[in-house]
Design a protein around this ligand. Structure first.
Ligand code: IMP
Length: 439
């Protein structure tokens, strides 16, 4: 039995979807615990490509139970008319034997999406966060402000309507008076959400109790994080962050279990760094190398289609993530994208006002001033995307991986060399704990 958390060590888009899909084969249960449809987890199975935003990536494996925890914020329209419908059309069965949703998860309401857009539009260019526009921030604001509407509220239509009217009174005031936009109608939202509840309520359950029982029955549980550590509301590059805790500790809060029930944290780390949206990015490259990474890595956001900003792997960011998440092992993804670059650089330190530091400063404007100090590694030209045996990896690839292990002090358990399930070398499986040493 093992409970394994998968989290992103950078600014999201590290390839968590692929790794969760891969490890999902060994797990009985896969749980999403934070974020919402701001996430976009891409999984390629044969010629088929799936992009999942809310439903855990494990849904693509038959007979796995996928859970959406209380920490997730749910846009019911996207869940029902986008994701569930889309998966069913592609032959994937979705019912309460496959998918359960926490009764305590909060609903993203139409006014959250509208306010997300209006707030962003009203900001000056240097203050824009570049949100995904999915209503994530405003929904979490209402949760913490104790005005949120939850999945369980759908089962009591009168109570739902009362809450909706109360909330809209305040939201419509803001929408009209501050942002000069059209108010929203409670009746229209009520009708839409009551219709959606017909699909959602049969899936509603107590996720904490299900996870607890599964632990008692010695089942393997996989917790699927969304976004990345530097987007964490507490520990990320504030205010250019998302509105949830993306670190591993939130797997416990966002699904309703205690910390001693976690056995392993797998940190997903792209072999270089990307970021979508605004905010500081110390190793960002706006030259031909950045262009190579963007093009060869096909770096477009899975949710918004925006071009991702690209740069070298940042060891300071990685070590921050290792500390903040108690990372036990790393999965390095997209190493194949580095083929053709020479040298390959790993940021090992920052300089700020002529002082060297190994930590990310707390103030965004300071992060913007950082000078990166790099360690160089020899590059390789060979296409490594088809390699099946670690012994066939060029020495330069192994040296780079070893360099990451030495700098971070954490072993690399998985090396991903392309989008397909088959393009993966697993050195140590966190569920079976079987090891295959790669050098
Ligand atoms: P929000 O989560 O939509 O509020 O966006 C806040 C910031 O987080 C923006 O910079 C987004 O681009 C970024 N972000 C949110 N979700 C993801 C993700 O899944 N991958 C990468 N960046 C994300």
């Amino acid at each position: 039995m093992a409970s394994v958390i998968v989290i992103g060590t950078q600014w999201g888009d590290e390839g968590k979807g692929k790794i969760v899909d891969l490890l999902g084969e060994y797990a009985h249960i896969i749980v999403r615990f934070q974020g919402g449809n701001n996430a976009g987890h891409t999984i390629c199975v044969g010629d088929e490509k799936f992009i999942l935003h809310i439903i855990p990536s494990g849904i693509l494996h038959q007979n796995k139970l996928c859970l959406i925890g209380n920490g997730v914020v749910i846009d019911p329209n996207v869940l029902v008319n986008g994701e569930i419908k889309g998966l069913k059309e592609r032959g994937i069965q979705i019912d309460s034997t496959r998918l359960k949703i926490s009764e305590k998860a909060h609903l993203i309401m139409p006014y959250h999406k509208l306010l997300d857009a209006l707030k962003e539009q009203a900001k000056s260019p240097d203050k824009k966060i570049g949100t995904t526009g999915r209503g994530i921030g405003p929904c979490y604001e209402d949760k913490v402000g104790r005005n949120g509407i939850r999945i369980c509220d759908l089962s009591n239509p009168d109570f739902f309507m009362e809450k909706l009217r109360d909330n809209l009174e305040e939201k419509n005031f803001l929408i009209q008076k501050k942002y000069n936009a059209e108010p929203l109608s409670p009746e229209k939202i009520y009708d839409e959400y009551m219709k959606l509840s017909e699909t959602i309520l049969p899936l509603m359950d107590n996720i904490s109790a299900i996870v607890y029982k599964a632990r008692k029955e010695e089942k393997h549980i996989l917790f699927e994080g969304a976004q990345g550590t530097q987007l964490d509301i507490d520990h990320g590059t504030y205010p250019f962050v998302t509105s949830s805790n993306t670190v591993s500790a939130n797997a416990c809060i966002g699904s309703g279990i205690g910390p001693t029930d976690i056995d392993f944290v797998l940190g997903i780390c792209k072999a270089y760094t990307t970021r979508v949206g605004a905010g500081p990015f110390p190793t960002e490259l706006e030259d031909s190398v950045g262009h190579h990474l963007q093009e060869k890595g096909n770096e477009f956001g899975a949710t918004t289609g925006r071009k991702r900003r690209c740069g070298w792997l940042d060891g300071v960011v990685l070590n921050d993530a290792i500390r903040l998440n108690s990372v036990n092992g790393l999965a390095i993804t997209k190493a194949d994208v580095l083929s053709g670059l020479n040298p390959i650089k790993l940021c090992v330190k920052y300089g700020l006002n002529n002082v060297e530091t190994l930590c990310m400063p707390p103030i965004a404007s300071d992060i913007g001033q950082l000078k990166c100090l790099y360690k160089d590694f020899a590059g390789w030209d060979k296409d490594i995307s088809k390699i099946k045996n670690p012994d066939d990896l060029p020495k330069e690839v192994l040296d780079y991986i070893k360099g990451i292990e030495d700098f971070s002090g954490v072993p690399v358990c998985v090396l991903s060399l392309g989008v397909d399930r088959e393009q993966t070398l697993i050195f140590k499986n966190p569920f079976t704990m079987s090891e295959k040493i790669h050098n």
